[in-house]
Structure formats: C-alpha cells, structure tokens
Design a binder for this molecule. Sequence first.
Ligand SMILES: [Zn+2]
Length: 578
Amino acid sequence: MKKLISIILCLAMLCGIAAVPTYASSSEPEWDGDPVIFIQGFTGSPLIKDKGLDTEETILGPGSEFNIQKILSAVPSIVMGIAIFALTGNSILLSSGFGDLASDKLDKLACLADGSSKYNISTYPHFAEEASAASLVANGEEAYIPEVAITDEIRKTVPDEYFFVFNSDWRMGQIDNSERLDWFIGEVLRITGKDKVDIYALSHGGQTAATYLYYHGTENEVDNVVLNVPAICGTSIVKGLLGDGAANFSMDEISRFLAVMLHTEADLRILGDILPGRFLNDLLKVVFVDVFQPHALRFGSIWDFMDVETYKDYKAKYLNPTENAGIIEKADKMHFDCMANIGEGLRLARESGVNVSIMSNYGTRLGSGEPIDADFVIDTVSTSGAYCAVHGEQFEDGYTAKGTVCNNAAHNHISPDRTVDASCAYLPEHTWFVRGQYHGQAAYDSYTMSLLLKLLLTDEITDVHTSPDYPQFEIAQCPVDAMYVKFTNEISGRFNSESNELLVRNLSAEYSLVIRSIEADGCTFDCERRAVVAPGEELLIPCEGIDDSDYICIEITYARQGEILTPAFTKAFYFTAA
Ligand SMILES: [Zn+2]
C-alpha cells in the first residue's frame, strides 16, 4: 500500500537458471533458528509477462521498462493539463496525459471481468529455491530483495540460505495469495529440512499472512509471526478514493511522512507552500478516478482493501453478479468468512502454538483526511482490531475498557492518551502500538526496529506485559520527531504518586535541541531556562505536583539550536496513572 501511495504521489508531483544454495543435512544443522519468510507490501512483488518466452517483459520490478523516455514523452501533455486544470478546473487533458503515460503499463496489468489476468503474468522469484537471499545473491539478483533497510537487519542474524522472499501476484485477492503462501511454506520446510518457519509480513503482506493463519494457522508449520501494520480489514483510503467523497490529503502531513521515508531531518514543510493541498487533492482524484479506477476494480486485492460494510456497498454499486462472478466469489469468502471472524482465527492460531504478534501504529489522521485514527495509510482499527476514538478526540471521562476479548481487571489496555482501547483487539496481549509512527517506516525508528527484531528472532518477549522496555503503548522514536519523554520511575506513558523526575531525550542525530518551556496543568518542572540537549543525550528534570490527577498532558516547546528560520515545535506527551 505504501508503494501505491508513493507511486501516486510521485506521479502527482512529477507531473535464468538459479544457483541453488546447499543446506546442511538435517542431522547436522548449521543454523539452529527457523527460516524466515519475508512478505512485502502492496505492489512490492515483481510482475513479469510471458516469463521464459521470447516475448518476456518485466512489467514491474528490477529491470522494468517503465522508462524515463516514456515519462518524458508524456510530460508536455501533463504540464499543459496541469495548467489548464489549475486555470479552468477542466481535467480532460490532464487525465489523458496520465492516461498516455499509464495506459500501456495498465493494459499489461489488466484483469478480465472475472478477476483473472488478461495476459500471461507471473512473479519472480516464484519458487522457494530461487527465492532465498543466498540464491539471489549468487545470481547477481540482490535487487529482488525488498525493503533493504529492514531485510539487511534481519539478515545480520539469519543466514542468507535461510532467508526467503515471498512474492505473489498482488492484483489477486488474499484467498489466492494465502493459498500460495501455504504452498511456499511447505517448500521452504522441504528445502531447509526445518520443522517451522518464522514470518515477517508488512502491510498488504500482513493481510496475506493473517488470511493464511485464518485458514492454515493450526497446521503446526509456523513459529514466530510478526504482522507489521497489517491491512487485516483493509484501509479507508481505498474506500475514499473509490467513492464520491473528496480526498483531503494534508501537505503538512505528507511533507513529514516524506521526511521519514527519505530518512532526512530536513524540514520539508516548504512543500506545502509550493503545492497547495487542494490542488494536490484534485490532481489525485483525477489520476485515481479517471486513470486507475477502471483497472483497479478488477483487482481482487482492491476489494480486499475494503472493510466488510464498504464491500457490501461497493459490490452493489460496481460489480455485476454474472460478469464479475469470479471476483465476487473470492471477495465474499474473504469478507464474510475470513475478515468477519479474523480475531477468532488469530487467537485459534496462537492457541495452536503460533506466536503471532501485531505491530500497529496510531495517532495520525488517515491520509485522505477522514477523522480516522491511523498511521496515515491504514486505519488503526484495521491493523489491530482495537476500538479507537475519533481522530483528534479522546475517550470521555470515566470511559472503561470494552473488555470483549480481555476482561482481566488487572490489565490496562487503554492507551495513555485515551484514544485506543486494546481490550477488544484481535490479540490484546500480543499487539504493540506505536503512537506517531508512519506506515511501514520501522527502519527509521530505533524503538520500532528493535521491537520488530526481538519479536521475530527471539522468544524474549512473550506478551505486552513481559518487558517494561516494550509496553503495549509506546511513542515513535524517529529522529524527525526529535523528542522523547517519560517518567524515570514508570513505563512509557504512565506515572504514579512517586513520579518526580522526567526524562527528556533528544532523538535527533543532527541537532541540539533548546527547550523553551515544559507545561502541564498543576505541575511545575525545575528546568533551566533554554536548557540545551545534545543529539542522542538525555536530560533529567525534577518535577512536582503530578500526583493529583489520573491523567496528565505535558507540552514541550523546543527549537533546533542554530536553526533561526525553523519555527519552534510544540509536542504533547500524554500520561495516565499506572
Ligand atoms: Zn489483557
């Protein structure tokens, strides 16, 4: 999904024979861990037309000819189109410009009315033998290893012979993809001689893995599974883009997301001045509705991005019971069987011995602008099953946990900022929430990355109660966010009557931070005026008066030292009495 968004954003802004590794015999294993299968996000898997024939062509992926010449040839009509659109609001030339650019590519990706592929399309690597990092490296095909910032970290622990990339035709629905995953797991076990695999699955890949666990989670073939921001019940962004509602992307939020994606602390908020949000939104609507939508509606995957209620509505609106019967049959099964009962399915898998962990993000408005709590790309309720307040609001005073899945009175499953109730999540004891983390950006956040590796490669953390360092709710620790705050005597986001010292950490790798003020109702902080915190350093600040309430919001205003033109930041940190 992240890639789809970035492709759309980019468009908008631009206007062999595999070497097979050898494995130790099963009596003498050279690696005592499980093989790891990596499942990437939407549009991540390469797609190849006529694989092995004279007419072979890479449609998407390394070696794709989605080439610069073609993009340049379309620029004049896109530029003219943008100008005319900006002046008159008439989008015909604009969409034909994008249409010219995309039509050839989109035709090769086209599906028929029954959801099957129009052309002979396959993915690569397809077989487990060709999909290990060892095979890909030996064949000079390292470019087929995706998400390097994350996979490189995993490969520091897991030998390349035991690290596998799972690909699937992402146009197809998850009923198909999860069956392919079931087959692939069997192949990996056969090749490596191991009993179980570990799985790391991202975003759309997380939906594939969750669907697999729903149908095959009791078959004793999987040990650790980490679903990172899984699109388990879809995303309302797709609902918005396919519906009649206007998209309402915020340039400020997009600028910040871009900075995180690009791993830069540069202040990209200037983009908001260059590209007004309304114009971008109109442009996205033109690109998506006029150019992509007619194709996308024949992709099973697009239907799986809708929650059950949206599916019912849009099925009635867009699908013909006869012509589109092939799409409907699988999408019905996905929504009315798998999605409708997914919490139960994941819990059953856990009871059967699969260590399923979910990493969910919250605290950011859904990108398309609806007041839905999300990580910009996927609704928090979809990744976790938790109940969430309307974005920008908090649970009312006196709110008590729903307790539909966990009703243990000793557990506090409500987030410190009182916006997420995990007591009704798919897996209340095995879902970790990161406030302010953007979709798929674990690699630029020391905390999220560390949690991911521990859950995937160790058995050190058995649930959200195991370690004070990995509580159920934590805040993102990305250098772009710069500041991290907690009380020294409690886990993140909590305080108690003994709390009298605040820890303030500068997460930036580049800037010293100058603290201008620290404020909270009824509290005083003994902080030196304009205290400076160097990159990576911490400050301990004595405080008083924090034991009088159940809940505190601390606001810190700070600036980057030496950055005269950058406005100061004010960031709110929320704490609930432990
Ligand atoms: Zn619980």
